[in-house]
Design a protein around this ligand. Structure first.
Ligand code: HEC
Length: 255
């Protein structure tokens, strides 16, 4: 009985350990387990990585993907001053209105505005991308299994299609994508974004930084949540010790 239990748990552990998993059906579904700083019970965001990730999003991804749930002023949370946020927002022109004459008008974005979307609507976005809609990235790390690991794996997962596999025009082979075919052209290449802090300007680094940034976009409260968890565990441990002492005190007279 006991032996069986140990054997089963060993088998379960053996199954859950591998980091790159094969999925059912044909092809691979390769998800890389990235050592992000925000993983684990004590995880925190790396501010420098968040700021580099913002650069990658702004310079590359924002050409196709919106980030509708994030406002420019939220960037204060990743280390920008209100003045810097104002400057960043001011670099975008957005549509506002209607004004008193009933007309829409353009104006520079303000910190309270949400990130400007690259397309007027989903139909326009789909039409511009060969019939595939680039999803809004605000919640992508929560919407997909494996979150940040998934985003990283997609961005680094482009490769030569295996021999014999035919990829349709405008599609690309990708090891992380379900079915291994994706409509997004490889968005990153070495040297594409100029980092100012000496961090390597290579695809894997860009992917890691932008995945970090997108995790923050989806879960800005992650650090707070983890700190709270640690505090609760600490409190419960101390409480347990106290209760044990109390119990002994009370039962002492009975023995
Ligand atoms: C040229 C336009 C374009 C650019 C630039 C681009 N993407 Fe995409 N992306 C797409 C399209 C189109 C899809 C939909 C793919 C599909 O459904 O096959 C997509 C899909 C995705 C997906 C989702 C895959 C899924 O599970 O549905 C992620 C994640 C993603 N992109 C992240 C990024 C990131 C991060 C960047 C910036 C580094 C980026 N993309 C840059 C066009 C783009």
């Amino acid at each position: 009985m006991f032996k069986k239990l140990i054997l089963t748990s060993a088998a379960v552990m053996a199954i859950s350990v591998p980091t790159a998993q094969a999925s059912e059906g044909t092809g691979v579904h390769e998800i890389i387990d990235v050592p992000f700083s925000f993983k684990g019970p004590f995880g925190t965001y790396d501010k420098a990585a968040l700021q580099r990730g913002l650069m990658v999003y702004r310079q590359v991804c924002s050409a196709c993907h919106s980030l509708k749930r994030v406002a420019y002023r939220n960037l204060e949370e990743i280390g920008y001053t209100p003045e810097q946020v104002k400057t960043i927002a001011g670099e975008y022109t957005i549509m506002d209105g209607p004004n008193d004459e009933g007309e829409m008008f353009e104006r520079p974005a303000r910190p309270a505005d949400r990130f400007k979307s690259p397309f007027a609507n989903d139909k326009a976005a789909t039409a511009a991308n060969g019939g595939a809609l680039p999803p809004d990235l605000s919640l992508i790390t929560k919407a997909r299994h494996d979150g940040a690991d998934y985003v990283y794996s997609i961005l680094t997962g482009y490769a030569e299609a295996p021999h014999g596999m035919v990829i349709a025009e405008g599609k690309h082979y990708n090891k992380a994508m379900d079915g291994n075919v994706i409509a997004m052209p490889p968005p990153l290449s070495d040297g594409a974004v100029a980092y100012e802090d000496g961090t390597p300007q290579i695809v894997s680094q860009y992917a890691k930084d932008v995945a970090t940034f997108l995790t923050w976009a989806a879960e800005p409260e992650l650090e707070h949540r983890k700190q709270m968890g640690v505090k609760v565990v600490l409190f419960l441990s101390i409480f347990a010790v106290i209760m044990y002492a109390v119990k002994r005190q009370i039962w002492k007279k009975v023995h």
